[in-house]
Design a protein around this ligand. Structure first.
Ligand code: DAH
Length: 339
């Protein structure tokens, strides 16, 4: 028996010394100390040992186990150290290597034009406000003097969520929302997305951006409208810019006009940009209709005001001389990086 144990010990230690990694070491542990291991088998065989010899044999078995366990611990420690050393070597970082450059995005030309526009109006004391894109028919049409059946509703067809709720076709409803909850004086610009069932082409999109403007106070006249918008045009398109007002019709303003700016490309002589006319249309405007004031709880006998609506994309296309609106929505960074 003693011989057999000595042989087990010798063999186990030799195998452990040669073991390559912790998997191999574990396998050897099972082969000797596991449930079906060689040493465990010897212990099971104690039944056949004479009772008086058992303490002696038990001691031999224990010695063998201890020797194997000590060796196991030793080689396992070595294997762990070796594995760590290998990992450290594999994960070495070369701090002198050039870094991968992160590619940054670029502000959209619409955003650039809007920031510029906001800078001009905030400089004149305006506040920037926003309204919901999903809007009540009441705010988008009714309260702007566009009752059911009005032909303007045809021109501004949109997506209806139900009879009363729709995707707003203009930013003008923000006027009504502001007048309802703010006492004059009011001076706001309201940028935002609007929606119409238009087909996509070089100058149309079913989703685009407008900027609404509204001023309400005592004694506001068309002269204030003209002075303000002329100043805006000069700041936006250059100090030489002239403005021209053409009579127009909007249901929520009376009188109403469209404003043209002198072509900043040719200075008014006529070129491709202004289609030879020397003028470029940029916005709609007018004096807020007394009915609109009254519906929003403002007394038209006491207060008056003006409003305007600007198509943001139009300003962007003009300012950056882009000839197709679709380019604005493709988000190709090679295009965006140019502005
Ligand atoms: N909401 C108008 C449109 O979408 C634009 C507009 C015109 C707004 C005149 C105004 C305005 O506030 O006074 O066609």
């Amino acid at each position: 028996m003693q011989e057999k144990l000595a042989k087990i010990r010798e063999e186990a230690l030799a195998r452990l010394n040669a073991a390559a990694d912790s998997d191999a070491i574990n396998e050897i542990r099972l082969a000797y100390l596991g449930k079906k291991g060689q040493l465990t088998e010897v212990l099971k065989g104690m039944r056949d040992v004479a009772p008086e010899d058992r303490p002696k044999v038990g001691e031999w078995v224990n010695d063998t186990r201890k020797a194997i366990e000590a060796k196991l611990e030793e080689v396992q420690k070595k294997a762990a150290e070796k594995a760590l050393a290998l990992r450290l070597e594999a994960e070495t970082i070369d701090v002198t290597m050039p870094a991968k450059s992160a590619s940054l995005g670029h502000p959209h030309p619409n955003t650039l034009a809007l920031k510029e526009l906001e800078r001009v109006f905030v400089g004149m004391g305006y506040e920037v406000v926003e309204g919901p894109e999903i809007e009540y028919d009441y705010y988008n049409f009714e309260a702007l003097n566009i009752p059911a059946g009005h032909p303007a509703k045809d021109e501004q067809d949109t997506f209806y969520i139900n009879d009363k709720i729709l995707l707003r076709t203009q930013t003008s409803p923000v006027q009504v929302r502001t007048m309802e909850k703010t006492k004059p004086p009011i001076r706001i610009v309201a940028p935002g997305r609007v929606f119409r069932s238009d087909d996509v082409d070089a100058t149309h999109s079913p989703c685009f951006n407008q900027v609404e403007g509204l001023v309400i106070d005592k004694h506001i006249t068309f002269a204030d409208l003209k002075g303000t918008l002329a100043q805006f045009a000069r700041e936006m398109f250059g100090p030489e810019t002239k403005v021209k007002f053409r009579p127009h019709h909007f249901p929520f303003t009376e009188p109403s006009a469209e404003m043209d700016v002198s072509c900043f490309k040719c200075g008014g002589k006529g070129c491709r940009m202004c289609k030879g006319s020397g003028w470029i249309e940029i916005l709609g405007c007018g004096m807020v209709h007394p009915k609109v004031l009254r519906m929003s709880g403002i007394d038209p006998e006491e207060y008056s005001g003006f409003a305007f609506g600007i198509g943001l994309e139009r300003i962007t296309l003009l300012k950056y001389e882009i000839d197709d609106m679709r380019l604005l929505y493709e988000n190709d960074v090679r295009f965006l990086n140019q502005f």
